[in-house]
Design a binder for this molecule. Sequence first.
Ligand code: CO
Length: 133
Amino acid sequence: MKNSMAHIAIAVEDINKAKDFFELISGNQASDPHFVESQKVNTSFVSLGETNFELLEPVGDDTPISNFLSNRGGGIHHICVETENFDELVTTIRSSGVRTLGEPFIGAKGRRVIFFHPKDTYNVLVELEEREE
Ligand code: CO
């Protein structure tokens, strides 16, 4: 199976308010907000065709998403590509000279994820997620 777009992540101040728009425009219900301790965010997914919006609401101050909101006022935070060949692809991309932001960790959906350095990926923060086979 080919890789695909898992989600487009959008940083928002208030997830319960923001979900109304994304439910309207997608015609689908948002999932109940889920707290991800490692990232200090509440997340909610709204499906749209083959992909999803991932809404990110910071919990507390001085977190990656609260800083992004302060600096940029919200908007698209990252895109996420999913793959079955997670380890192989991380190794290949790293050896092409693209840096990662740390090591893989367990993301909002309980799957392994890793982020690449946006300076090496055309100023787009890109997450790679392992797809269950
Ligand atoms: Co994500």
